[in-house]
Design a protein around this ligand. Sequence first.
Ligand SMILES: O=C(O)CCC(=O)C(=O)O
Length: 246
Amino acid sequence: MYDESTIASYKQNGFAVIPGLFSAEELKDIERHLDAHLRLDLATAPIGDVIIEEDAARSLRCLFRIHERSAYFDTLMRDSRLMKLVQQIFDGADVVADGTMLIDKAPFTTYEFPWHQDNAYQFWNPPDAVAVTLAVDESTAESGAIVCLAGSHRGSILPHQPSGVFGASRSLVKTPNADEHPAVTVSLKPGDVSLHHVNTIHRTGPNRTPNHRRNLGFAYHSSRSVCDKVAVDQYKCDLEKFLQTH
Ligand SMILES: O=C(O)CCC(=O)C(=O)O
């Protein structure tokens, strides 16, 4: 069981941090598998699953759906600590693990992932779904940590548009009001885990440090939630068109 105050804070703010959930030893093992997997996967992953940096020495930006091509990362996504944590925030409902991705902000990359809500492209109803982020490197305001608007998960999904940023498919049409929902930088040390609700408005900034900032992201939904497949298909069609024309 996780600390009730962490769960309450997640429910109140739409995000929370669990410090040190993964040990330094475990993280070393994850990094080793990540490096080995990248060597194999980059050449063969489907178009759209790999986004390479534009403005750094050739470097990976995003790798999506890793669990489909790696048994190790499929198992990691189902790690009992993560599943129990998510089950607790879903008030005991069954948890379905949906996917694993890597986001690597290369040193001194200037792009941002603009403000968005994950449910603007995941379409869970009710929005009983969560993104879990495992920090592989230190994540700070300087290195492009996730910034969440506290309490914004209680609102509905606001209008989105294509973000124009490779790896970040959609962004809010209007800049959100940070007076209403204070912006909080979710700083993480390697091995820390954060959670954000699919409706939480969030963004990430540039990496102004000489170090990589790698996050492994895991997506989960509760068995109470149903995905709007028609909306997903339309979204995928729009995204494909965007990727082919850019
Ligand atoms: O980890 C990141 O850099 C981006 C996270 C994000 O925007 C998301 O999980 O939706």
